[in-house]
Design a protein. Sequence first.
Length: 432
Amino acid sequence: MYPPRTPETPPEEGESGPDRTARLTGQHVGPGFVTRYVLAVLGLWTALLTPSSITLGLRIAELDPEGKAGSLATVSGVGALVALVANPVFGRLSDLSTSRWGQRRPYMVGGMVFGAVSLTVIGWAPNVFLVGLGWCLTQLCFNAALAALMSLLPERIPENRRGTTSGLLGITNQVAQAIGSYLVAFTGTVGPTMFLVPAAVGIVPVLVFVVFLREVPRTREELPDRTWADLFTSLWINPVRHADFAWAFLSRFLMHTAIALLTTYKTYFLMDRLGRTASEAAEILAWAMLVLAVGVVVGSLVCGWWSDRVGRRRIFVGSAAFLFGIGMVVIAFSHSLAGFAVGVAIAGVGQGTYAGVDYALVAQVLPDSDTAAAKGMGVFNMANSLPQTVGPLMAPMLLSLGGGQNYTALYLGAAVFAASGAVVLRFIRGAG
C-alpha cells in the first residue's frame, strides 16, 4: 500500500501526466508493463467478445429456435445500449474514486469478477428474458473494467510509447475473437462452460496486471465533490471547449459507421451479388475474415510503431481512413470473388492502421487526462458503439436506391463515411 498523495504535490517543470504518475507511484513504464497491460485488455475482450460474437447467439437459438433472429437482435441491442452508457459512467466514478486500493484496480477486479458471475446467469437461464438480463449485467460489469483499463493509456503510457502500445491494443479484438473461437471448439456449444471458460481465461491476465499495478490513492481534497449530476455529465464532453477531442470523436464515429456497413452486409453481398449459397458464403467469409484479420494485425503493429518513430499521428489515421474507403470502392464495383477479396484486404490494412494509431491520437487530445482520463476514454468509446445502431438503420436506405439490392450504393456510402472520417482530422490543432 502506498501513502496517499496530497494536493500540494505539484508537477515538476516540463513533467507530463505519465511522468508525474511514475514519480508518485515509483512504477515506470517499460516493456513488462506494456506487455501486462495489453494482455489484460486482450483478456477482457476474450471474456466479452466470445459471448457477443458466438455463444450468446448459440444460447438464444437453444432456448428460442423459431424466433432466434429477433430475440438475438433484441438482446444484443439492449446490451449495446447498456454498454454505451456504462463505459463513461463507470469511467467517471473511477476518476472520482478515493478507494484505498486505488482508482482503477477496484473497477478492474470487480468488473471482471461480477462480469463472470453475470455470464453464469446466461449459461443457466431457462428463458430468453433472463438471458437478456444476464447479458445486460455482463455488459455493465465488463464495461466498468474496460473504462478503468483504457484510462491507463493516457495516464500511464508516455507519449513516445503510445503509438506502439495503441498498435498492440488495436489487434486485441481480432486476437480475442480467434481465441474465443478455439475455446468454444474446446468447451462445446451447449451448457454454461462455453461462457465460463472464456471468462476464466480472460480474468487471469487482468488479475496479473492488477497485482503488479501500483496506484497512489487520491485524497478527497484533490477531487471535486461527487453528485448525482456526475452520472449525466459523464456522458458529455463539451465539443466547443474541447474541439480537438470532438473532431477525433467524429472521425472515429464516421470510420466505425463505414466498418459497420461492411461487416453487417458482407454475407448478403456474397449471396445476392455473387450468387453464392448460404453455406458457400459462410466458407468464403471464414477466409475473408482471416484476410481481414491479417490486414488489421499488420497495419496496426507496423503503423503504431512507425507513428512513435516519426512522432506524428494524424497522417497515419487519416491515410488509414482513406485506404479503408478505397477498399469499399473496390468492393462496391466488384462482381467477382477475387475483387471482393482484394477489397477486404485493402480495408483490413486501413482498419488496422486506424485502430493502431487512433487511440494514441485521442490520448494526445484528451481533456483533463490527469484527472478524468477514464471518463474521456469512456466518452470516446461511445464512437465505437453508436455506429452499431446507426449503420443498420442507414443501410436499407442505401440498398434501396435504384430499386433495391444496390450494393454499389451501400459500399460507396461506406467509402464516403470513411473518407469523411479522414477529412475531419485536418481540423485537429493539438496533435501532429
